[in-house]
Design a protein around this ligand. Structure first.
Ligand SMILES: *[C@@H]1O[C@H](CO)[C@@H](O)[C@H](O)[C@H]1NC(C)=O
Ligand SMILES: *[C@@H]1O[C@H](CO)[C@@H](O)[C@H](O)[C@H]1NC(C)=O
Ligand SMILES: *[C@@H]1O[C@H](CO)[C@@H](O)[C@H](O)[C@H]1NC(C)=O
Length: 192
């Protein structure tokens, strides 16, 4: 299909080099190391950073919510998100991760779709024509609990950024990455 060629253009134009990660562990906003496969809110980092957490929204020609967006509302923590590493460790290391929205024990995994009118966007997995790559979580600034996401195919990566237009969609771009901290979502007593 056409997609391989489009993606190679995307690789040439978009990307920063992602060095092989050390095995640093991911921490939440309070500096505690977090479980691999834990459930989190992804919240804006820094005083005065706009908006709230991350959720799924129905945009453009979607018939159900398939777009991953930042909530414009400061008090809105968004959806709980499961972040897991394919490396089977107890705690979450920096590096490749799978992210999925948690709905009543059903996971809606994140993926990336290119060539949309607004660019290369983060969507949930039932979207057609997704790219075969991987999200990567990395510290955004040394000595902080602030993180960013990349989307990589092999060693070529783009930053996951928020496009601040009508809907605050998450996109893979060369722009400054969206910087965030994690807040752990504790299981409710109903889950135990
Ligand atoms: C999060 O997702 C991983 C991978 O699918 C799964 O193994 C883990 O059980 C999930 N965590 C929770 C708390 O549901
Ligand atoms: C929406 O339209 C675009 C073309 O503009 C297409 O690539 C995409 O797959 C469509 N999305 C859905 C959910 O059908
Ligand atoms: C996706 O990439 C993985 C790792 O590079 C590869 O093993 C797999 O076959 C690819 N899948 C498709 C559908 O291209």
């Amino acid at each position: 299909m056409a997609s391989a060629m489009l993606f190679s253009l995307f690789l040439i134009s978009a990307l920063t080099f992602y060095p092989p990660s050390t095995t640093a562990q991911v921490t939440d906003g309070n500096g505690n190391i977090v479980k691999n496969g834990g459930i989190f809110y992804i919240l804006p980092s820094g005083l005065g950073a706009p908006g709230g957490g991350i959720r799924a929204l129905q945009t453009d020609n979607e018939t159900i919510p398939l777009s991953v967006v930042q909530s414009p509302f400061k008090g809105d923590k968004g959806r709980p998100i499961n972040i897991s590493s394919p490396i089977r460790t107890e705690f979450l290391p920096e590096g490749p991760v799978v992210l999925s929205f948690e709905y009543e024990n059903v996971g809606l995994e994140w993926t990336v779709v290119e060539g949309l009118p607004e660019g290369t966007l983060v969507k949930v997995k039932s979207y057609p024509n997704t790219i075969n790559g991987s999200f990567v979580i990395e510290k955004a600034k040394a000595e902080t609990n602030t993180y960013k996401l990349l989307f990589c195919e092999g060693v070529f990566c783009g930053n996951v950024a928020v496009v601040r237009n009508e809907n605050w969609v998450l996109a893979v771009t060369q722009d400054e990455p969206y910087e965030f901290h994690l807040e752990q979502v504790l299981p409710t007593s109903a889950d135990t």
